[in-house]
Design a protein around this ligand. Structure first.
Ligand code: SF4
Length: 369
């Protein structure tokens, strides 16, 4: 049966009635795989890091499991609705650009509907991955987290990877057995903001965790079979503390040996205490060459079998030919095999004029807008 205009409009109305909660943030690698975004809690339960603007002014909301599973059911209903309309249009249930055009012809408003856009892109990309928002999903009570995960895996059965953000501190408080059960219930990967492994710096930026807790939490997750993706923040120590920042970050990351180590250079964000420190001259940021020296010390100290990644526009340094110094893909450099190559790339970057690095970063920042 082919759909007529009235029929299509009814499908669009049903799709629009199925909206669910979506937060603002997800790691770039989850954007790259068009992950389904589901909000299992809202904002950050800690919310005190001096460099972070993400959830400032928003209170943490612990979402009941029933609300989250209802959202998951809405996603499934949207999936089924889209497959039905695709079949009626003679597209065999496939989620394609043509299907999107047919639906948008009925209602341009769908473009501004985050639930529809997320589910449509997720299905078009194969519906394989999901990312649970917001900042610290492991703060959910383990039993509830497991129940939610089981419902997710049973309902959205095409998923092959489920990931989320958490804090090292929260992870350090979980029992190994709880983490093992959470892994079995369907969690594949944790994204964790390490920022630095230096205790003085952790305290200065109010990260609310010690390096010993970072190691404890990270090791527990790895031992439970959960992939760990850790983000560190080059230049967080500025000119004064770059050496201790590099050495202790390498120490902590080596002790954890996560699957992924991702560089997220410091960007002072207006409205944060750290931004004011920079503006008032209390924190002096490093020059591009000084940052590369810090990077060299960090990389040299890494005794890991991780993938080290530069998958963010702020990692744009220039090479001799005016290209990018580092590969910026989500899988990065495989250690220890590619460690010498990476150190060689850094040496090349140190031989390039600093203005070239500034230009490369401005260009990348403009392209990522
Ligand atoms: S824990 Fe993460 S989200 Fe929360 S304030 Fe710190 S950096 Fe921001």
């Amino acid at each position: 049966m082919m759909a007529d205009g009235k029929d299509l409009r009814e499908h669009v109305e049903r799709l629009r009635a199925l909206s669910f909660a979506i937060g603002a943030y997800r790691p770039p690698s989850e954007g790259g795989s068009a992950s389904l975004l589901l909000r299992v809690s809202e904002n950050c339960p800690w919310n005190r890091c001096t460099f972070c603007e993400m959830y400032k002014g928003h209170r943490f909301v612990y979402r009941p499991v029933a609300e989250i599973t209802a959202d998951i059911d809405r996603v499934a209903a949207m999936r089924d609705e889209l497959a039905a309309v695709s079949s009626k249009l003679g597209m065999g249930g496939a989620i394609t650009r043509e299907l999107g055009s047919a639906l948008l012809a009925q209602s341009r408003d769908l473009v501004g509907d985050p639930s529809f856009v997320t589910v449509f892109n997720w299905l078009a990309a194969g519906a394989g991955t999901a990312f649970l928002q917001d900042a610290d999903s492991m703060s959910m009570r383990p039993r509830e987290f497991m129940a939610m995960l089981k419902h997710l895996r049973q309902t959205l059965f095409s998923l092959t990877r489920v990931t989320t953000y958490t804090r090292s501190k929260t992870l350090s408080k979980r029992k190994p057995e709880e983490l093992r059960l959470i892994r079995e219930a369907g969690l594949d990967r944790l994204h964790i903001g390490l920022e630095t492994g230096d205790d003085e710096l952790l305290s200065l930026v109010h990260k609310g965790v010690t390096s010993a807790e970072q190691i404890e939490g990270g090791r527990k997750a790895v031992a439970a079979g959960v992939q760990v993706s850790m983000y560190w923040m080059p230049d967080l120590g500025g000119r004064e503390r770059w050496r201790q920042h590099a050495e202790h970050t390498a120490r902590v990351l080596s002790a954890i040996n996560p699957q992924y180590i991702r560089s997220r250079p410091l960007v002072p964000r207006p409205g944060t205490p750290l931004f004011d420190e920079v503006a008032q001259g209390r924190l002096q940021l490093s020059s591009p060459h000084e940052r590369l020296e810090e990077l060299a010390l960090t990389i040299a100290g890494l005794e890991v079998s991780s993938k080290v990644c530069f998958d963010h526009a702020m990692n744009a340094w220039a090479d001799r030919r005016g290209g990018l110094l580092f590969r910026q893909d989500y899988e990065g450099y495989q250690f220890p095999e590619e460690k010498p190559l990476l150190l060689e790339r850094i040496r090349e970057g140190l031989a390039v004029e600093e203005s070239m690095h500034v230009h490369a970063r401005q260009l990348m920042a403009a392209q990522s807008l």
